[in-house]
Design a protein around this ligand. Structure first.
Ligand code: MV4
Length: 448
């Protein structure tokens, strides 16, 4: 059994991993930047090591600094959380070479899924539904023209190294394709150091639905159902729920089964999320895979009863999935998460500074994952998410009612937050009837 784990992250996810360590009787080691000296992950970990100045490149993304801390503290394993180094296959490889277990998939599988065109080909070859698209990377604008003629407009150009919406262009007719190809490819080359592009049929007004899976080191894979994540603005999710009202038990089992077979075949290990678009015919199409624990994992924990972070640690330590979760858990009730971000209500820019008042809601069916506290300071150098408010109810209406009252009881003073926007979402009639797609927020704003 692991006796000590280093947490290569900060904020609420670092605390979430500390919770799992404490419950498993494993010692935890925090790493922190100079801006995070007074943060709760430093306070609650058993040990804490400063790894550099506030800028992420010099601290949380500094691989030699993180590995040195792991060696000084003599840890057995590193949990990367989400963001930062979590999907860096080079980091996973350095961990392996240093004799430290990386809590995540093997580096080669991380690399496969990180190259979006390769991931698409790999899952397609194993029976996962994908959209009509190019046969791998487009070598030139001419190939893009040929590919789009076969697929039919509109199409979307995507960067192989992209994800999260950067380096993408929607193309509606042939006369704009060359310009958009060159713009997207240059953007991708500048942002990711790789200008490779591929193409897919563009889905209008899709829902974003993702499946959570867990895989052990012995080829056993389990699907834990889906999350509905359509409510986003500028590729930042604002609210997620589980299950999706659009996924029947049959569809859940069908896709879950296909994913389990595919992931066993590629040698996937640990937690992972497979992202799909759902079109207006309720058909699901793979778009990409995330090889990490995700921000929105708690909604799956609430409806399945599975502790995903504990499962990640135990799987990395060699546990068998059937010992952790003897049977596929039924989906129980409905869960909703609101990501509370510190930001200006109109400008959408991060709102760092001191929190004067911080009252978190409690009561039946309410969970708050946060590293923020009253009189604490939100540093300007990092992500603007300050808390996740998660509720669980017997059904979707009860979860909505519970979220409304929990948002009313969540008081943050001193900085601006997204709470007013989330109250608007919860009171919207289209949200109540689950009439959702990725343009929901634009329509909400258009209502005035
Ligand atoms: C798409 C799409 C429509 N058709 N692919 C955006 C982020 C990246 N992960 C994939 N994205 C999209 N891919 C096809 N073929 C629309 C989006 C998209 C989107 C997807 C999920 C959540 C929010 C989104 C917002 C705008 C566009």
């Amino acid at each position: 059994m692991f006796s000590k784990i280093l947490i290569a992250n900060r904020g609420e996810i670092a605390l979430r991993i500390i919770c799992a360590c404490k419950e498993l009787g494993i010692r935890s080691v925090a790493v922190y930047s100079e801006a995070d000296r007074n943060s709760l992950h430093v306070r609650f970990a058993d040990e804490a090591i400063c790894i550099g100045p506030p800028q992420v490149n010099k601290s949380y993304l500094n691989i030699p600094a993180v590995i040195s801390a792991a060696e000084i503290a003599d840890v057995d394993a590193i949990h990367p959380g989400y963001g930062l180094l979590s999907e860096n296959s080079n980091f996973a490889e350095v961990c392996r070479e240093s004799g430290i277990k990386f809590i995540g998939p093997p580096p080669d599988v991380m690399r496969l899924m990180g190259e979006k065109d390769r991931a698409r080909a790999a899952v397609k070859a194993r029976g996962v539904p994908v959209l009509p698209g190019s046969d791998g990377i487009l070598a030139s604008p001419e190939e893009a023209i040929q590919s789009a003629r076969q697929i039919g407009y509109p199409v979307i150009l995507k960067a192989s190294a992209g994800g999260g919406g950067r380096g993408m262009r929607i193309v509606r007719s042939e006369d704009e394709i060359v310009n958009l190809y060159q713009a997207a490819s240059s953007e991708a080359a500048a942002a990711f150091g790789n200008g490779s592009m591929y193409m897919e049929k563009f889905v209008e007004r899709p829902r974003h639905i993702e499946f959570q899976i867990l895989a052990d080191s012995y080829g056993k894979v389990m699907s834990l159902g889906e999350r509905e994540c359509s409510i986003q603005r500028r590729h930042q999710k604002l609210l997620e729920e589980a299950p999706s009202t659009q996924v029947s038990e049959e569809l859940r089992d069908e896709i879950g089964g296909i994913l389990c077979r595919m992931l066993a075949d590629v040698g996937y290990v640990n937690a992972g999320t497979i992202e799909f678009l759902m079109d207006t015919d309720r058909k699901l199409y793979f778009i990409e895979m995330n090889t990490r624990i995700q921000v929105e994992h708690p909604v799956t924990e609430m409806v399945t009863g599975v502790d995903l972070v504990k499962s990640q640690i135990l799987i990395a330590d060699g546990a068998h999935l059937e010992d952790l979760i003897p049977a596929v858990p039924p989906i129980r009730g409905h869960a909703i998460e609101c990501r509370i971000n510190a930001e200006h209500p109109e400008k959408f820019t991060p709102s760092a500074g001191k929190i004067n008042v911080f009252n978190t809601p409690g009561g039946p069916g309410v969970r708050v994952d946060t590293a923020a506290y009253a009189e604490g300071t939100i540093p300007p150098h990092y992500d603007s998410m300050i808390a996740k408010l998660i509720v669980h109810g017997k059904d979707r209406p009860e979860a909505i009612q519970r979220m409304k009252r929990a948002l009313d009881m969540f008081i943050v003073e001193g900085i601006h937050t997204t709470i007013p926007l989330q109250k608007r979402i919860l009171n919207d009639p289209d949200f109540a009837s689950a009439d959702l797609d990725t343009h929901f927020i634009e329509r909400l704003f258009a209502k005035g």
